[in-house]
Design a binder for this molecule. Sequence first.
Ligand code: ADQ
Length: 539
Amino acid sequence: TFLDDAEVVVSRLIIVSNRLPVSLDGDAERGFSLRQNVGGLATAIGPYHKVHRDCLWVGWSGIDLDKYDAEQIRSIREAYARRRCVPLFLAHDEVAGYYSGFSNDTLWPLFHDFSHEAVFEPSTWGMYQHVNRLFAQALEPLVHEGDTVWIQDYHLMLLPQMLRERFPRLPMGWFLHVPFPSPEIYRSLPWNRELLDGVLGADLIGFHTVDYARNFLSSVELLLHIRADDEGRIPMTTDRYATVDAFPIGIDYDLYKRTARSTLAKAMKRGIEEVSGKRPGRRYATSLTAESNAVAEAITKEGTWWSHYAHEELPELTLARSAAAEYKPNKVVVSVDRLDYTKGLPERLKAFGRMLEKYPEWTGHVTYYLLATPSRENVDTYRHLKEQVDQLVGQINGRFSLLSWTPIHYITRSLPIKPVCGIYAAGDVALVTPLRDGMNLVAKEYLACHDGRDGSLVLSDMCGAANELTEAFIVNPYDTEAMCEALHSALEISPAESRRRNIAMQARIKARTAAQWSATFLDALGQVTNEGLADRRLR
Ligand code: ADQ
């Protein structure tokens, strides 16, 4: 169903993931083009695929087949082929069962410790098996002697074993980008053994942290009664090992450092600083002092707030201007996320609101740029989350806004890398407070954009990145009071102290880039497959 014989390409590395790193843009009349996708996977492995000319990427196109005729599908395939991508086309019910259903409604919540959100539905499980099989069938004609296959993430947990049955000697890796839950949580999945068996088809099984790797090994022991040796090698029934290890993912540090200094990012940063009153520009600092509050209240009571504002300058503003001189410089808080319930957006917003309430001196002096791009909009939970975030932003803005200051600037568009880096660079504080996150690249990107400079990171202890970024303000994302205090301290920290902390963390991020992550994983894969072969020869 997917591939013409003519498209079969001989390659050394085949990356397989649910989605390709690029999506289709344009239409039949204007011609089809491809645009880079947002998200951890595309950012992390995209650069590797780009520079390695012998690397092929296989994944679902995300395209609705019904919209195009055969001729158009052909030109879409050609557009992908020029980027060394092989697109798979899935039907509506396949996408609904495999992607929206089993991947997003079952595995995603379960693996992020949201077991109460996980749906266990035999029909979506059936579709998950079916689509994993379609991937295996699509790969069959593409794989050649000497190739290596690297499968990504929780969408394709059955694929390693399906490929192993077809290619007993194929060097194969699988990497999980999200956490692997504790065996107590994992065992509640009715198909827990099947998925473990599926993954164990790979020679090398990678996780972001040793904790996730340990959870996986414990689950294998508990459910399959197979024990790994001290090196994380699980003896398989056939004559090979499946080796489990941790490979913490990194970012392209120089890219973010450089992009933060681009003209566009600098313009964005400058704009944010002007609007937030951090830099003298279009607006001046205002503050809601006790007096101005009383004046404002009096005017509101008369019901003529807006008419006063229109005709003459509000006394509030006059008072505020004289008071502004006593205040510390204005600050900017930023966050960048996909709108996902694991990212802890409502909890974070509550903490921000709490901070404005507890420390009223920040009123008028701290502006939060909240970039939250909706994702998986066809899933109910995500739509509800969006409504909840919309409401909280509205409540906080409604409660604390001044005439010339809005506490939260809420952006739900997806932005390209340059403006995103502009936002990072403008942030005196970044709030990265997921409830659970495999790694979290945003924390690392923020620090790269502040290379050698100050800027504080408030970081959840529930993400993989917290293991490496220990100098951040580490918080429990469920603890509103602790987050409120951490945010206040992060805003108050001296530039020298903040720089000192950042330099330590930046050195670590620089030493472990995305490129090194791929290279390390692939090196380890080469090693374990060679060792496996040597073992076999000895027997
Ligand atoms: P994600 O859940 O997508 O990734 P994350 O690691 O934070 O989470 O990566 C998000 C990427 O998308 C970053 O590069 C960020 O810049 C970009 N991005 C996010 N929101 C954006 C927005 N609104 N506009 C523009 N760009 C945006 C999954 C796992 C993570 C793991 C990665 C990589 O959930 O835990 O770190 O894979 O393994």
